[in-house]
Design a protein around this ligand. Structure first.
Ligand code: CP
Ligand code: NVA
Length: 305
C-alpha cells in the first residue's frame, strides 16, 4: 500500500505524472467524474484549515467519491483510543485517509496499522500536497522545472522541508534563505541533499538574501506555524529582513511569488506583493484542488494488500 507522507515515496517520473494528471484534470474535469466512483475518503483535521479542507472535499466529489470530514472535536488522535484502532476501524469503512496532524508519527502509525492509503495534509515536518500544487503552478509558467530557481524566505518549517525534498526529486534549484538558527531541520535537509546528489538538483541554505540574486521564484510562509503560540510581533525583528516586499524583489530580480497561505500581510509578505503583478498565489491555491485530485486518483484506486 502506497502513501503520501513526505514525497520521498515517489520517483521523479511519478511526481511528474501526478502533476501532469492534475493539469489534465484542470483542463478537462468532465473526463474524471467517475474516477473514484463509490469511494469514501476520510479527511481528518487536528489543526485549522481553509484550503486543504475545502479542496480535498470538493476534489473527492469531483472524482465521484465522498469525503467524510472529521474536525478538531475529536481532539488529538490517540487520546480517546489508540491510533492503531483508529486506523483499523477507518480502513473497514473507507478507501483513504487524508490527515492533518500535529505529529508526523501519527501519520506513520496510521499508515502502519491501516490498510488504506494515508495522505499527509500537513504535519509538523511536511506539507507534501501543498508542494505538488506549488510545482504544478511553477510548471504552468516555466517549461523546464530543472532550470527553475526557487528561493524560500523566512522560517525553516514544514513548507521549507517539502520544497527541498520535492525540488530535489524534480532536479530543481531550491535555496532556503532564513535567519541564522531558523533554517530547516538538518536531518531533513540531508535527506533532500541525498536525493539531490542523484537528481542533479541544487539545494542550499543561507542567511544572505544576496545569495539568491537572479532567482526566478520567491516563496514565503508564516514566521510562526500552527502549534506554536508565539505572537508574530515577538519574532518580527528577526524575520523582517526576509520579508517578501518590492525592495527584495527588485534587489534579487525575482519575477514570481508563491505563498501557501494563510498569509500574514505586513509580516512575511506585503500587501503590495500579495496583490501585485508578481503574485501567482491564487493560481497556486486553485491548484491545490487539481493536484490533490491527482493524488487521490493515484493512491485511492490501489488494490489493498
Ligand atoms: N496552505 C494551506 O494548507 O492552507 P490551509 O491551512 O488553509 O489548509
Ligand atoms: N507552516 C505553516 C503552513 C500552513 C499551511 C503551518 O504549519 O502553520
Amino acid at each position: 500500500m502506497r502513501h503520501l507522507l513526505n514525497t520521498t515515496e515517489f520517483s521523479r517520473d511519478e511526481v511528474l505524472e501526478m502533476i501532469h494528471l492534475g493539469m489534465a484534470m484542470k483542463a478537462e474535469p468532465e473526463k474524471f467524474r467517475t474516477t473514484l466512483e463509490g469511494k469514501s475518503i476520510v479527511t481528518l483535521f487536528e489543526k485549522q484549515s481553509l484550503r486543504t479542507r475545502v479542496t480535498f472535499d470538493v476534489g473527492a466529489y469531483r472524482l465521484g467519491a465522498h469525503a467524510v470530514y472529521m474536525d478538531q472535536q475529536n481532539g488529538v488522535m490517540g487520546q480517546r483510543e489508540s491510533i492503531k484502532d483508529y486506523a483499523r476501524n477507518l480502513s473497514r469503512w473507507c478507501d483513504g485517509i487524508v490527515a492533518r496532524v500535529y505529529d508526523h508519527n501519527t501519520l506513520l502509525e496510521l499508515s502502519r496499522h491501516g490498510s488504506v492509503p494515508v495522505i499527509n495534509a500537513l504535519c509538523n515536518l511536511y506539507h507534501p500536497c501543498q508542494v505538488l500544487a506549488d510545482y504544478m503552478t511553477v510548471m504552468e509558467h516555466y517549461d523546464d522545472v530543472t532550470k527553475v530557481k526557487l528561493a524560500y524566505f523566512g522560517d525553516g518549517n514544514n513548507m521549507t522541508h517539502s520544497l527541498l525534498i520535492t525540488g530535489a526529486i524534480l532536479g530543481s534549484t531550491v535555496t532556503a534563505v532564513c535567519p541564522r538558527g531558523e533554517g530547516p531541520d538538518a536531518a531533513i535537509f540531508n535527506i533532500a541533499a541525498d536525493i539531490a546528489r542523484k537528481s542533479g538538483a541544487k539545494l542550499a541554505v543561507t542567511d544572505q538574501v544576496a545569495d539568491v540574486r537572479g532567482f526566478d521564484i520567491a516563496y514565503t510562509d508564516t514566521w510562526v506555524s500552527m502549534g506554536d503560540n508565539t505572537p508574530l510581533d515577538v519574532v518580527r525583528s528577526k524575520f523582517m529582513p526576509y520579508q517578501v516586499n518590492r525592495q527584495l524583489l527588485e534587489d534579487t530580480g525575482i519575477r514570481h511569488v508563491l505563498h501557501c497561505q494563510p498569509a500574514h500581510r505586513g509580516y512575511e509578505i506585503t500587501d503590495e506583493v500579495m496583490d501585485g503583478p508578481w503574485s501567482i498565489v491564487y493560481d497556486e491555491a486553485e491548484n491545490r484542488l487539481h493536484a490533490q485530485m491527482a493524488v487521490m486518483a493515484t493512491l485511492v484506486n490501489q488494490k489493498r494488500d
